[in-house]
Design a protein around this ligand. Sequence first.
Ligand SMILES: C[S@@+](CC[C@H](N)C(=O)[O-])C[C@H]1O[C@@H](n2cnc3c(N)ncnc32)[C@H](O)[C@@H]1O
Length: 226
Amino acid sequence: MDWHEWHADYDRPGSGLARRLRAVQAQVEAALDDSPPGPLRVLSLCAGQGRDLLEVLADHPRRHDVRARLVELDPRNAAIAEAAARAAGLTGVEVLVADASLTDHYRDLAPADLVLVCGVFGNITDEDIERTVEHCAALCRTGGTVIWTRHRGAPDRVPLICEWFEDRGFHRHWLSDPDAGFGAAAHRLHADPRPLTAGVRMFTFVGRPEDAFEDSAADTSEDADE
Ligand SMILES: C[S@@+](CC[C@H](N)C(=O)[O-])C[C@H]1O[C@@H](n2cnc3c(N)ncnc32)[C@H](O)[C@@H]1O
């Protein structure tokens, strides 16, 4: 998968990915709107070009309260995110070219007010999804929000992922319609965050062939998603 090229579908109006982006951005905006006054912390795992967060933050009244860390492995995507953050004057945004699966990258900022796990759950095993959800309960503060996505192609894991979040003290704040052509959700933590375990790998991208079409910028179906 060329993860730089993957982002091109965001610029195709009406694509599943473009519609998913708008839905995720609405949830980012809602999470920022609902956050308590004072400094805010945001984490984005496998942030790509950071469009979901940066395009909202650029015009949001809380923009100067936010300290954000975007972790992305592909330097081309990271450079685009970095340029967007600088162009918008978002001095609290840091873009790290690194392996986002490692808990050590979040130790100084967790638990955060907002955690983005978008475009990840369609690329990792079920076991890794559940492990990552488990760690979300340490990455996110009480009252904070995790926004995540997962395609709804077979097997549709969205209901199970919701269960995993809700078993760990999260409440469902929003879930996309089953027929939206993408899966996205916002869960808010209503429990105390647990301590973040150091030195843990949460997931490994596996690039399963059966999911590849969901992730491909070349896909033109209405179901295109992460
Ligand atoms: C499906 S894209 C999603 C990008 C972004 N979160 C979004 O939703 O627009 C997956 C991204 O994960 C990045 N990636 C894959 N494995 C990674 C890893 N171990 N650590 C950090 N980034 C990774 C890829 O380079 C790619 O940009």
